[in-house]
Ligand binder design. Structure first.
Ligand code: ZN
Length: 284
């Protein structure tokens, strides 16, 4: 059995909020580590529990007047709409901690950018933007399948909303194709796990690309520094990580990462992931 308990205890005052991008990143990584290890028990019959402290003022309780609580997130998250990736739970955060934008494939469309821009310019508490992709992403899989079988694109010829999502993922698909060829040779397309490898490598590059775009658009806030990072949620290990090593006990490469700064750095990221044990195992 495992429990996640939200608790207000007046004997334990609310923790001070992060004051820098590095602190905000450390909070998210620590919360994800707590969540990932919640089920690291000998068996599911063992009891495992996490207690998340809450501030009642975030729910309009205990204040000195009847004003609604101010919005004070320390991080903004752009994540996929996938139901298996519940943002606050994955990072073990409570009410008023995260400004969350979720859209299939965690792509940066104009509405998402507008929402995040609002948060960046209105919430002084905000120290970090994190783009969170995830393995086995359906939107990324659709983009990969359309790349591998372009004829299927005809089915979406008049479906502009779907086209919009898939088209935004296409540069990452192309980057993943080239990385797999560079690392494993031109015959990589014949390997049994080529499609699965292409999906997961695209997930990484798509999240990195979105973070790069947001950094270009939003990170030059004048009054206080703003960090921009990305990570990939592993549905099996429950860690946000770069899927380079195989997931398992002591999963390495966990945490959040700054996006590559230029074309060469994107290539190096693609090659590093393509050359890892995770992708090699998928290729078969
Ligand atoms: Zn997804």
């Amino acid at each position: 059995m495992f429990e996640i308990v939200y608790r207000y205890d007046p004997a334990f005052p609310h923790e001070p909020v992060p004051q820098t991008p590095a602190e905000a990143m450390a909070w998210l990584e620590r919360g994800n580590h707590h969540f990932a290890t919640l089920l690291d028990v000998p068996s599911l019959t063992e009891q495992s529990r996490r207690v998340l402290p809450l501030d009642p003022r975030d729910f309009g309780l205990g204040g000195t007047d009847d004003k609604a609580p101010a919005q004070e997130p320390f991080a903004a998250i752009l994540g996929c709409a996938d139901a298996r990736v519940p943002t606050e739970i994955v990072f073990e955060q409570g009410c008023n901690d995260l400004f969350v934008v979720r859209v299939a494939g965690n792509v940066v469309g104009s509405e998402c950018l507008g929402s995040l821009s609002y948060a960046v310019h209105h919430f002084h508490s905000l120290k970090l933007i994190a783009v969170i992709g995830h393995l086995h992403c359906g939107a990324v899989t659709a983009a990969v399948d359309l790349y591998m079988q372009p004829g299927k694109y005809l089915a979406f010829a008049t479906n502009y909303p779907i086209q919009s999502i898939v088209n935004r993922i296409s540069p990452a698909v192309r980057g993943a194709v080239l990385a797999l060829r560079r690392v494993h040779g031109p015959d990589v397309t014949d390997r049994p796990g080529y499609r699965a490898s292409l999906v997961e490598l695209t997930v990484v590059l798509n999240a990195a690309w979105a973070a790069f775009s947001l950094k270009q658009e939003l990170a030059d806030r004048e009054d206080s520094p703003l960090g921009v990072v990305f990570g990939v949620y592993d549905l099996v290990s429950r860690y946000v990580r770069l899927p380079i090593a195989l997931s398992g006990p002591g999963t390495p490469d966990t945490g959040l990462h700054p996006p590559p700064g230029d074309e060469r750095a994107f290539e190096q990221l693609g090659d590093r992931v393509a050359d890892g044990a995770f992708i090699r195992a998928l290729l078969g």
